[in-house]
Write a protein of this length. Sequence first.
Length: 236
Amino acid sequence: MQILLPPSEGKAKPEGGEPVDLGSLVFADELSVKRKKLIRAFDPRLLKVPAAPAAEVYTGVLYEALDATSLAGDARAWLDETAVVFSGLWGVVRLADRIPAYRCSVGVTLPAPVGGLTAYWKKVLRPALEPAAADGPVLDLRSGAYAAMWAPPAANAATVRVLHERVVGGVARRSVVSHFNKATKGRMVRALAEAIAAPASIDEVVAALRDLEYRVEEQPTGPGKPRGLDVIVAEL
């Protein structure tokens, strides 16, 4: 199983430690050259400042709810192996990968030869990520901008939307949430980690989430699209 996550706009600046080692990041063989070229065009100083595990650097709503640093050993190992964080600067990282604090949205366009970051990464992420995606289901929790960097095989993937359900005048009404969308996704990933979930298909992902007492409904999607899962919450 692979869980695809967006990065966090909020980041904690590591106070000490060694700088980032590009050779230690996930998919180093495939991505190190591209990472180095991009960082040199963006801000070479990032190769010299202190770095820390991405789970400690990312501090946004999703990552606060996930609270990866408090997970017990087996659950944390599961998370470090399963979660893939998409980044405009690094392409992708694991939560155990050591990175510095940075500000570089995937929407940034840098001078040639880098150019737009979505197109820059799209060419190399597919051959790096698809072999892992072929081994099990892919749960895609990314926002639209980061989803454009790579599309997992649709037959084995599902996207997630969080809906808030309220009863107004005796009628159930649902609305898409923003801030709490991220928090719900963070809690959901944590619950899967604590359960050491090992689903072999999207159907088993749905079953695992329901076993964890999440209310999940499937919505129809078009041909060639990932399956669409709605997670319904009554409280924010």
